[in-house]
Ligand binder design. Sequence first.
Ligand SMILES: [Zn+2]
Length: 556
Amino acid sequence: MKRALVALLALTSALASAKPPRLALVISIDGMGTELFTRMRPRFKSGLAQLANGGAYFPYARYSFAKTSTAPGHTTLMTGADPWRHGVATNRIFDRASGKPEPVLFDPDHPLLEAPPSVEDVSPDRIHAETLADRLRLATYGRGKVVAISVKGRAAIAMAGRLGQAWWFNGPTGKFVTGTYYSKEFPAWVKAFNEKKIPDSYFGKQWELAQPAKEYAGDDDRPAETDLYALGRTFPHPLTGGLPGLGAEFEAALSRTPMMSDVLVQLAKAAIDGEQLGKDEVPDLLCVSFSGIDLLEHLYGPYSWEVQDAMIRIDRTIGDLLGAAEKAAGSKANLTVVLSADHGSPALPEEWASAGLPAARLNPQTLGADLAKELKARFGADLVLGIDEDGTDVYLNRRAIAERKLDLATVRRAAADFLQRQPAIALAVTPDELSGDGRGGYLEALRRGYFPDVSGDVLFLVKPFQIVDSYPSGTNHGTPYSYDATVPVIFFGHGVKAGTYVQQIDPIDVAPTAAALLEMLPPAQAEGSPRPEAISVARGAAGAGPGGALAAAGAR
Ligand SMILES: [Zn+2]
């Protein structure tokens, strides 16, 4: 046994030239579709320019499942699998026992750590696939550190998987929190960061344009922009939430601005110091998901001045993050960076309509009420729990169906028939119909996004340019069309072969490619492949991998 270990150590030191990076940085820009990235690319001067110009840049990574939203997208990026395998099919579900909506990653057994109880994403319990983070922890005998940071819990949790640390912003307390699933106490670096109250320091400040007004395309004030959290519809945007002092509305306003992205980078730097990320040969993983672009798209649309300005600013913010990561890893040569997004964004539907496209809003609550009326007329009872606010999933009241001794399949069929008759809907099916060829070829997209118990009783897809949104303004993503489904992917740094690759790839390839750059096995349920174009040939398969780096460093 001892001899084998000596032989292993000798082997790994012989291969010491093929070491994995000391630090892998995974960046997700929530809601940053390819349309937005390519439109804004000429404006990038800092981090995003560095990544796109110096990395392996894939402009066209297209999600294959229908419901392109935050929890499914982030989980796919980190597992290399679609929701049919990883289980995170949607952001919110209707709990069939209580009949109430809840976040898909809600877990009453693992509440928030030291924060008032609330119904929000708290644990990875519904992630049924291994993530890149889990793989790294296993491959390094638990010595590779993983820290994931976001404004949104669902993004941080998906990136941390089961074995990393996840930290996200809790609006009501203005602090970064985790769930008891991950930790029973705050590490000193998070505690110290929260005590600085950096988010609170923005109260009463304004978000102003980064560049002169003539540099922005279109108009600042456009019809169908939303005025929420007292941000207003034009620059400068006040940061008070309409409150006289600190409070949840202020934190909600701040969360949408580029200032919050800077706060995330400050937290990332605290994580680098606190966890000593990149300091030894054993690779660590730092994941940052920036939520602001998505939250602004929901309010103002992707063509707004707000989103243009946020992109200009996040370019600088990411430059700052890259600098910190390089410093942590000791040099650029010890750092691998992955950048992508969980989904894109459609325009404001009114904007599309005024340009002459057949665009409209579909209110899921109105649609749910109409469906409930239809089913009540036919079956004599209230049988609809609700329609998820991002569309696609209709949840039926199975208890009421059972109590009335109705046949679930018959009720599902009737609901699908009703939805299929709606002018805004392209396709509506029951789970039984997920095999076969659907209309327009979209059945496969619904099938890849379906997970029993999490998904609805009926699945539907709106026609192009239809926006499922309960607000009368703003916009919402969640379709398999390119504006929602196509995102950029960039690999950068250690082990990467730079270039621009225009072939369409699938975000399920991200985790396997990142795993290859770390010289690890892909996550267990991954269905994508490492992208050979992105990987430097010189590395080959002879690398010692993170386990080898561990052996070389001397296992302790
Ligand atoms: Zn998102």
